[in-house]
Design a protein around this ligand. Structure first.
Ligand code: ATP
Length: 301
């Protein structure tokens, strides 16, 4: 069985006693070496989940186990850095704070690829340039688990593409586990092999991307055949004129005489779930390949 880098069980988080629940009843497991997409609408609980995983916030109920603090790097959404330090001083600080672990060549490579002057003060950098320094600091730490909260949001498309490529190559080479929140679904396709979809503080989808994808089918057929869909778990069904398009989790054979079937892309799968917040949750355990759909199917979490 693969090692687990994050395990959450019945995790709940409430900010203050009177606040609502930012996370509720979250249970999932992330095996080592995965690149996990953390997806969900605004206010879903993604940053909260990352903050708990980074050990910055304590769970209100349940628990979340993660790697040791020194093995973990977290790049928060606002990329906190010391504005008065130069880029070079920031990297030197990284080396001093991580004795015996610091990977200077990786950190310098990331900074150099952005044409950043090591003598430039952090406060004079653009948002995207600061992101680059924050990522250099995080990867230089040589973490076994890298938590990234919307890392690419303020990068231009070319910088995003290149930095993402660098990040993925580095993670693959070193077996780093990555959890990355993002609203850019196309950015995640191809880069991520594991999925966590959070909505309203709850886990809606979790598991390996290919297995979660394989459990779903996009059906196209006549609107008059809508009744037949009740044999399956319907995530979303939409009618355009006489045609019906549905994303389902089949619970048996699909009649190929009535329906044209394809497997959804990651983007189609996520968009359908985001449009249908009432659809039942679905989880595949990465090692045992067991889908816990039956536990949650039809039972609204
Ligand atoms: N420090 C805080 N104090 C009180 N409530 C908070 C705090 N941080 C987040 N929340 C609340 O917790 C819920 C989840 O917020 P969170 O920032 O985790 O969502 P998110 O999925 O990261 O959103 P976004 O995509 O907009 O960044 C929201 O209802 C938010 O208002």
């Amino acid at each position: 069985m693969t090692h687990t880098v994050i395990e959450a069980e019945g995790l709940g988080l409430r900010y203050g006693r009177r606040g609502g629940w930012a996370l509720r009843a979250c249970s999932f497991r992330l095996p080592e070496g995965r690149v996990c997409a953390l997806v969900g609408p605004n206010g879903a609980g993604k940053s909260s989940l990352l903050a708990v995983a980074a050990g910055l916030v304590s769970a209100t109920e349940g628990h979340l186990r993660s790697v040791r603090r020194e093995e973990l790097a977290f790049v928060a959404q606002d990329k906190p850095l010391y504005p008065q330090l130069t880029v070079g001083e920031t990297l030197r600080m990284g080396r001093e704070l991580n004795p015996g672990r610091w990977d200077a060549s990786t950190a310098e490579r990331i900074v150099e690829a952005g044409d950043l002057d090591p003598r430039a003060k952090v406060r004079t950098l653009s948002g995207g340039q600061r992101t680059r320094v924050a990522l250099a600091l995080a990867l230089g730490k040589r973490p076994s688990l890298l938590l990234l909260d919307e890392p690419m949001a303020d990068l231009d498309p070319l910088a995003r593409h290149r930095l993402m490529g660098m990040l993925m190559a580095d993670a693959a080479e070193n077996g780093t586990s990555v959890v990355m929140s993002s609203h850019i679904l196309t950015e995640l396709e191809g880069a991520c092999d594991h999925l966590l979809l959070v909505d309203g503080g709850r886990i809606r989808l979790s598991g390996p991307v290919d297995e979660v994808g394989a459990a779903h089918l996009l059906l196209t057929g006549p609107a008059t055949a809508r009744e037949e869909l009740s044999a399956h778990t319907v995530v979303e069904a939409r009618t355009t004129g006489r045609q019906l398009t549905a994303l389902v989790r089949p619970r048996g054979p699909v009649d190929s005489g009535t329906w044209q079937t394809t497997h959804p892309s990651l983007e189609e799968l996520l968009l359908a779930h985001l449009r249908a917040p009432e659809a039942p949750a679905f989880a595949v355990d990465a090692d045992t390949d067991t889908a816990s759909a039956s536990a949650s199917e039809g039972v609204q979490a």
